[in-house]
Design a protein around this ligand. Structure first.
Ligand code: FAD
Length: 316
């Protein structure tokens, strides 16, 4: 069996949802080791076990900035144990660590993958041109192969595995990369979060003004949905960046995605086109969003959204 390592980052005391997606995929590729970055706990280690890790290598950077210290520590472990594949998510720290690790090991990295297979070499799939084309790439040469995978490429599914063995590594010297975290803030989150929501209601420039975004919230509330946005209205300052869906925002895969006053630019579609059911509301019958919509309403958001909210409130 291949030895597959998964960069597993701790968020608020638990393995991140992206890590759980990667652990789920890794199970189909070989024996799974979670590279657990964080303070860890019996509960968090049990969770990574449940998602497929038989073994945990823990690295706790403490107040050290993750990238330099973790890359140096991981490079030493890779040298000793020679895994076949190391999977990272396409996240901020993941990218930083993967790049530094690759440089230390003299390896290449394939990033932005949406699928990965292992057969003596790493074969990956990448969506290009906003997801309209898929290219296959290969990492050849000697292991370990280093691959970064986009969020939501795989579902996170527990497999009921037992508690893994945990080995904690001493931190290696990060050398010139050494830096410490001076301050950190926990993002204030209210209501359902975009990445986890089963229903999302998103608004675009067709809403007309920042105040009209309330129409999106009125529809979202009875559905217990998360609210999203296009970059156009984020750039206009109508809503915060945390709500942006798309190429330079979040990738989402809810059961239902309602897009109101959204044109359907390729950079938006790439972040939501894999939603199970897409409902579009747009006054232009030729808007590209209708090309990916399962249900289209040609109409003015000012008429459609309040009526939709009224009807949903009656039923909820
Ligand atoms: C490098 C790069 C990265 C990008 N990343 C992202 C990204 O991550 N996410 C993203 O969303 N965009 C991204 N963009 C921007 C993207 O190209 C589009 O400009 C943006 O998605 C358009 O937003 P919109 O649909 O809200 O606005 P518009 O394109 O202006 O569309 C507004 C739509 O509303 C409709 N409309 C107008 N009035 C009404 C009404 N009263 N009732 C109903 N419908 C109405 C119009 O018919 C139109 O279709 C990126 C662009 C670049 C170059």
């Amino acid at each position: 069996m291949a030895d597959v390592w998964v960069f597993t980052q701790e968020m608020n005391g638990e393995p991140s949802s992206l890590s759980l997606e990667l652990l789920t995929k890794a199970r189909s590729l070989g024996d799974v080791t979670a590279i657990y970055v964080g303070t860890g706990s019996d509960a968090s280690f049990a969770t990574v076990g449940e998602y497929g890790a038989a073994r945990v290598i823990q690295i706790d950077p403490g107040s050290e900035l993750v990238s330099g210290t973790v890359a140096a520590t991981l490079a030493a472990a890779v040298g000793d144990q020679a895994p076949d594949l190391i999977l990272f998510g396409q996240g901020y720290d993941d990218r930083d660590v993967a790049g530094r690790l690759a440089a230390k090991l003299g390896k290449s990295v394939l990033s932005n993958a949406v699928d990965v297979e292992l057969d003596g070499e790493a074969v990956t799939k990448h969506e290009i041109f906003g997801g309209s084309q898929v290219v296959t790439a290969k990492l050849t040469g000697s292991a370990p192969f280093i691959v970064l995978v986009r969020p939501k490429s795989f579902p996170a599914e527990p497999a009921g595995g037992g508690t893994p063995d945990v080995t904690k590594l001493d931190l290696a010297d990060a050398g010139r990369s050494s830096a410490t975290v001076a301050e950190s803030h926990v993002e204030q989150k209210e209501g359902p979060q975009l990445e986890e929501a089963t229903v999302i209601v998103s608004g675009g420039r067709g809403l007309g003004s920042a105040e009209k975004y309330a129409m999106i919230e009125d529809v979202a509330r009875p559905l217990k949905a998360a609210t999203g946005a296009t970059r156009a209205i984020v750039d206009a300052g109508w809503v915060p960046y945390a709500k942006q869906v798309g190429q330079t925002g979040k990738t989402v895969k809810p059961d239902v995605y309602i897009a109101a006053g959204v044109s359907g630019a390729m950079q938006h579609l790439v972040g939501m086109k894999d939603s199970k059911t897409i409902i579009a509301i747009n006054k232009d019958p030729d808007a590209p969003i209708f090309d990916v919509a399962d249900l289209g309403i040609v109409g003015d958001v000012n008429n459609v959204l309040p009526k939709l909210a009224e009807e949903l409130n009656k039923r909820s």
